[in-house]
Write a protein that binds this ligand. Structure first.
Ligand code: NAD
Length: 323
């Protein structure tokens, strides 16, 4: 084993150009790491993983035996890693806590605007030379009530962009930043008020045991039927079955989703010639008022550059500490 050979898992062609001329050799693998695939990973000291690699106790134990001592995540979220087991094994886990909050916040705004103005519908219609406007009536974002859940790096940027639209922005966070809120004119409130009053709700909190299925059947009963729900955070913040029921019964006006509970089986892959064997995802995509993107919120040139430079720095530090 070349101790400095770094293994990249779940690698995509869009990111490889950002890892040219690294001071260590890299082996790229397309497959996700999970309990089934981990046996195929060659021995290495350092590995680099992505959002949908499954790094649970079992996978970490096998990786440890293969010599792995550092896992660099080329993403911010780490809900896919058993941090406790990694600590017990002495495997260092590093991540890219901030690459471009603007990339994700702007994508959330994109989903919101598409749904509010039905741009996704007109895009397809125009391709068919159908220039009719029937069924495309949208609504203004100006002066609407926006509810933001989670005002960390991404949520803050989202709020600030929405203030620029002239909207009323209310937020909920378990650790509110009152000084920031006052400086930008955002009003903190409780969750119930957000559910009941918002015309648009955007989720920007992490997935934790407490936030799993934050939006479920009970919540859909409280939303305005005209509400649009945007999720660029993590799929399991929403109970997808409840969302489908709510959409079917017109309890909400639309959903913009960059993440999906079971996305690791589908997202980032070209399945255009396959039969999609997930009835939930298929049903979601079939709604005219649902816009699904495959976890592309982070996908800007600026963000990819920052992810690569932070990951390379983490690995350089690790190798120099072990010299
Ligand atoms: P952050 O850590 O800066 O902010 C998260 C905020 O959520 C914090 O202020 C925290 O106090 C708050 N929070 C935690 N639990 C909460 C709860 N139960 N209810 C309300 N607020 C809660 O994170 P960030 O950089 O802003 O990222 C937010 C999320 O966006 C990440 O957790 C990740 O899941 C997601 N993300 C998605 C993409 C994408 O490509 N779609 C890219 C990066 C991050």
């Amino acid at each position: 084993m070349n101790p400095k050979s770094v293994l990249f898992f779940d690698t995509h062609s869009f990111e490889k150009p950002y890892y040219k001329n690294t001071p260590f050799p890299i082996q790229f693998f397309d497959f996700h790491l999970n309990p089934t695939t981990v046996a195929a990973a060659p021995p290495a000291m350092a590995i680099v993983c992505f959002v949908n690699d499954v790094l649970n106790d079992e996978v970490l134990e096998i990786l440890f035996k293969k010599g792995v001592r550092i896992i660099a995540l080329r993403c911010a979220g780490f809900n896919n890693v058993s941090i406790k087991r990694a600590q017990e094994l002495g495997i260092k886990v590093v991540r890219v806590p901030e690459y471009s909050p603007h990339a994700v916040a702007e994508h959330a705004v994109g989903l919101m605007l598409n749904l509010a103005r039905k741009i996704h519908k007109s895009y397809h219609r125009i391709h068919d030379f159908n220039f009719s406007l029937d069924g495309l009536v949208g609504f203004n974002i100006f002066q609407k009530q926006i509810g933001v859940i989670g005002t960390g790096r991404i949520g803050k940027v989202f709020c600030q962009i929405l203030k620029g639209f002239g909207s009323h922005v209310s937020a909920y966070d378990i650790s509110p930043d009152l000084a920031w809120a006052q400086s930008v004119g955002v009003h903190y409130t409780d969750l119930e008020t957000i559910w009941k009053n918002s015309d648009i709700i955007s989720l920007h909190c992490p997935l934790t045991p407490e936030s799993r299925h934050l939006v479920d059947e009970k919540i859909f009963e409280q939303l305005k039927p005209s509400c649009i729900l945007v999720n660029t955070s993590r799929g399991a913040l929403i109970n997808t079955q409840s969302l489908i029921t709510a959409l079917k019964h017109k309890k909400i006006a639309g959903a913009g989703l960059d993440v999906y509970e079971e996305e690791e089986n589908f997202f980032f892959r070209d399945l255009s010639n396959e039969i999609l064997d997930d009835d939930t995802l298929t049903r979601l995509i079939s709604f005219p008022n649902v816009l699904v993107t495959s976890h592309q919120g982070f996908l800007t040139h600026e963000a990819l550059q920052k992810i690569a430079s932070t990951t390379i720095n983490h690995l350089n530090d690790f190798f120099s500490e072990r010299k």
